[in-house]
Design a protein. Structure first.
Length: 211
């Protein structure tokens, strides 16, 4: 009998790496949730006797993430060579966050990438601009609809600050949708902390999507 949760856990790095690769013109949190949906479906449908590795089957399944760029593509696009560096920086940032247990500094990302502080600052500026442009045509959400039983379960289990973040990034409970900066000011925390909490909430939701 297949252990779907083990397959997902064992291939977490692959899932998130593919999500980063396809999150060119789509908010990363949305792309991660979609990636875990596809991964869970792949784990459920995978045939152990098909003669291929699950990692290969999973990678092929995650190619469906490419449709997100078509559906929610921004009106202005970052040049491909710069986007490649932004994607690489995203991966470095995630790795350092997991290693350090906090948001890495620009200097730490520069050291890890070998690009230098000015280059990293330039990429972060381009990434911010790209995300802002995409938010004009697509408002990121954590889930599809507010009637999902799992979403309600996760929501009610969140600390109060995370509930506030969830509500005001998604419009859950008819709350006004706010930017990360607006939420940060209201909660008296940094925007980067809001971003990290969003990733955590998205990951919790992704655990149960498709069950």
């Amino acid at each position: 009998m297949k252990d779907i949760e083990k397959l997902i856990t064992d291939h977490k790095r692959l899932i998130e790496s593919e999500a980063y690769k396809y999150a060119k013109f789509v908010p990363l949190t949305y792309c991660l949730v979609e990636a875990y949906k596809l991964a869970r479906a792949a784990a459920h449908n995978f045939d152990n006797h098909a003669g291929i590795k699950f990692s290969t089957y999973l990678t092929n399944s995650l190619q469906k993430l490419s449709r997100l760029s078509t559906q929610y593509g921004g009106t202005v696009r970052v040049p491909e060579n710069k986007q490649f560096k932004i994607n690489r920086l995203n991966q470095i940032e995630l790795g350092l966050s997991e290693q350090l247990g906090r948001q890495p500094t620009v200097s730490e990302m520069a050291d890890a990438s070998g690009w230098g502080v000015p280059s990293v600052n330039s990429l972060l500026k381009a990434r911010k601009k790209d995300i802002n442009l995409n938010n004009l045509v697509y408002s990121p959400v954590f889930y599809e609809g507010d009637s999902d039983e799992w979403v309600h379960f996760v929501y009610h289990d969140l600390p109060e600050k995370d509930k506030f973040i969830f509500e005001h990034r998604t419009g859950f409970g008819n709350k006004p949708v706010l930017s990360n900066n607006q939420i940060a000011k209201k909660l008296n925390i940094s925007a980067s902390t809001v971003s990290q909490r969003i990733k955590m909430i998205s990951a919790k939701i992704a655990e149960g999507v498709g069950n």
